[in-house]
Design a protein around this ligand. Structure first.
Ligand SMILES: Cc1ncc(COP(=O)(O)O)c(C=O)c1O
Length: 492
């Protein structure tokens, strides 16, 4: 039996003797007039005096043989269940409100997911893309069918659309999927598809050989995050990530999100524009629909392909298949990239491309050893089937309503600390006036048994599992508020 760690267990470690609550009272229909102070005390200490010697030795051993690319807290998770993660040394439970960075949409160790994995591994895990497999086509057909039903990629929503018919019925058409191993690879592939399509379009329009094409430029945006391979990194204009690795891939221009003057940066030389409808890593900044419509219109004028990177915000995190599903089709992209939630922790990514662009993707123009192997494809098919079920989405809507109700009053409760509440659905950010406060709050919450993430320069990010319980949302928000109360006390 797993030992649950009571919240009183580590009270002794709390540095807080007396907590002042200098917040402003404000009312919210679904929440009491005051923020929670239930979790002001530290329960999961991380200071060196409280670390077990076995854990210290284990971390030292890991550090001595792994590349030093991550600043990690002294935690080693050994198991998980639902929205909880567990460490063994010491035995502790954490509420995971980060879902492996927006990955574990079904939570940890979901029994159905485990059963499907065991079943597939028991028959065939991998036989390479040299041959067809039974599941990659089913996954592609589900992605296209759901996109037609829910809207996206130029399809207006068709709620009555039925597409689950088995063979000999044909698969839904209008778009094609390429399955990769990760989000970065999905974007890398999308950039390649677009360059090739752009060159061929230029050749058709000018009557000259595609090799001479100047239609090779991309537009990306400030605060974007598209990955760390050379192409995806070139579309990620953050000096911290880019500078040590110059020279980057040439041909990337940078615009400002939601700034209409960015539209004018798109010229006949542009083959593509890449944007996250809701920026994740960059700080949870959402694009205005009118701005996306203007970008879409300009792309059509010059023959540039519009890519939406929905790796973090897509796959039901906003309540619909794509974050753009409910936008007017005048704000839809030609390509959408995905990853994260698609595999619920099994590495997989994907590119969904409208048919006319997919025509440029010919035999040999792209490939991967693992991408879309039978195990990954079957797991993703299972995950997507679960996420798209009406009962799952009803629950998700309760969860996101509860989250909104608790986040919305925070700038009013803590005006000296909190600047804004950003994002929508289950991809939310809390902006701070003092950027360092975001990282400080994440650490404080972890020391009280709840895992949040930072985003961009100034925000705490909330990307829980999509099947998180409402009472778990309430608990996470109680801890968040308690930390903010402590921080407010420290500032006065
Ligand atoms: C929007 C977005 N694009 C691309 C990536 C890169 O994905 P991956 O880490 O799976 O390569 C991420 C990862 O955080 C992301 O959030």
């Amino acid at each position: 039996m797993r030992r649950r760690v009571g919240k009183q267990q580590h009270r002794l470690f709390s540095p807080i003797k007396h907590v002042q609550t200098p917040f402003i009272r404000c009312s919210s229909p679904s929440h009491p007039l005051q923020p929670s102070t239930k979790y002001t005390a530290v329960t999961h200490p991380e200071d060196s005096a409280s670390l077990l010697p076995t854990l210290v030795r284990q971390i030292a051993r890991l550090e001595s043989c792994t590349a030093n690319t991550y600043a990690r807290p002294p935690l080693i998770f050994t198991s998980g269940r639902g929205s909880h993660l567990y460490t063994s040394h010491p035995s502790r439970e954490y509420l995971d409100f980060s879902a492996g960075i927006a990955v574990n949409a079904l939570g940890h160790n979901d029994t159905g997911f485990i059963a499907v994995m065991a079943d597939q591994v028991g028959s065939l895990a991998h036989a390479s893309n040299v041959y067809w497999n039974e599941w990659v086509g089913e996954l592609a057909s589900l992605l296209v069918g759901l996109t037609i039903r829910e809207g996206g990629l130029g399809f207006a929503p068709k709620p009555e659309y039925e597409f689950y018919a088995p063979l000999p019925a044909p698969a839904p058409t209008g778009a094609k999927a390429f399955i990769s191993n990760s989000g970065t690879e999905a974007n890398e592939g999308a950039l390649k598809f677009v360059r090739k399509y752009g060159k061929e379009l230029w050749a058709r329009r000018t009557g000259r050989p595609w090799e001479e094409s100047t239609k090779t430029r991309f537009l990306c945006f400030e605060h974007a995050f598209h990955g760390r391979s050379m192409g995806a990194l070139s579309a990620t204009p953050n000096p911290k990530y880019q500078k040590p690795f110059t020279p980057l891939v040439p041909g990337f221009d940078v615009g400002t999100l939601n700034d209409m003057s960015a539209v004018e940066l798109i010229t006949e030389d542009h083959c593509g524009v890449i944007v996250e409808p809701i920026q994740g890593e960059g700080g949870i900044f959402e694009c205005n629909v009118e701005w996306l419509e203007a970008i879409r219109k300009r792309c059509d004028e010059v023959g540039a392909v519009l890519i939406y990177d929905e790796i973090q915000c897509g796959l039901y995190r906003t309540g619909t298949l794509w974050a753009h599903s409910h936008y007017p089709i005048s704000a839809h992209p030609d390509i959408v990239t995905m990853a994260k939630a698609l595999g619920n922790g099994y590495p997989i990514g994907g590119i969904l491309v409208k048919d006319h662009i997919a025509e440029a993707v010919t035999i040999g123009s792209h490939g991967t050893t693992f991408g879309g192997n039978v195990l990954a494809a079957r797991l993703a098919h299972y995950v997507l089937t679960r996420l798209s079920a009406p009962s799952f989405l009803e629950h998700l809507s309760l969860v996101t309503d509860a989250l909104s109700a608790r986040l919305s009053p925070l700038p009013g409760y803590f005006p000296a600390l909190v600047s804004s509440v950003r994002g929508r659905g289950a991809i939310r950010g809390l902006g701070f006036h003092t950027p360092e406060d975001a990282g400080k709050l994440v650490k404080m919450a972890r020391e009280r048994g709840v895992l949040f993430l930072t985003a961009g320069k100034d925000a705490v990010r909330f990307v829980p599992s999509l099947n998180v319980a409402v009472k778990e949302v309430e608990h996470a928000m109680d801890v968040l508020e308690s930390c903010l109360v402590v921080m407010s006390g420290e500032k006065t």
